[in-house]
Design a protein around this ligand. Structure first.
Ligand code: 5GP
Length: 117
């Protein structure tokens, strides 16, 4: 899939579309999901453009993808999710229900999530 720089998350990162930011640094922005699937539902977006989802990743991406996971755990902690737990989810493609073709990591918490689907 070719990366489309007009995708919703690229536009949110450029501040062309409003969002509620809960964290940002040089590499990542974390926003509240507009249609939360859990009481706390946050998306960690890499500012890096060009990766539509996990299936696009290459070995060279491993360092920043690793940092994205660590940032997600930091945001989850700041949101008070450490004690009861949370889920990190990265979707790829139709069967996973991916809707936005810019790599992102979901942080879901605030309710029990038993089972994987
Ligand atoms: P995916 O299904 O691609 O893994 O996740 C995309 C997520 O982005 C969905 O949970 C959806 O609710 C969220 N989303 C879609 N459009 C917007 C938007 O304009 N703003 C925000 N904050 N979230 C969005």
């Amino acid at each position: 899939m070719a990366y489309d720089p007009e995708n919703i998350f690229a536009r949110i990162l450029r501040d062309e579309i409003p969002s509620t930011r809960v964290y940002e640094d040089d590499e990542f922005v974390a926003i509240r999901d507009v249609a939360p699937a859990a009481p706390t539902h946050i998306l960690v977006l890499p500012r890096h453009e060009g990766v539509t989802g996990p299936a696009d990743l290459e070995q060279a991406d491993a360092p920043w993808v690793g940092r994205m996971v660590v940032v997600a755990t930091q945001v989850a902690r700041e949101q008070g999710l450490d004690a009861d737990g949370y889920r990190l989810v990265m979707n790829w493609g139709r069967d996973a229900g991916q809707t936005v073709p810019h790599l992102h990591l979901h942080i879901l918490g605030g309710r029990p999530m038993l089972g994987l689907a």
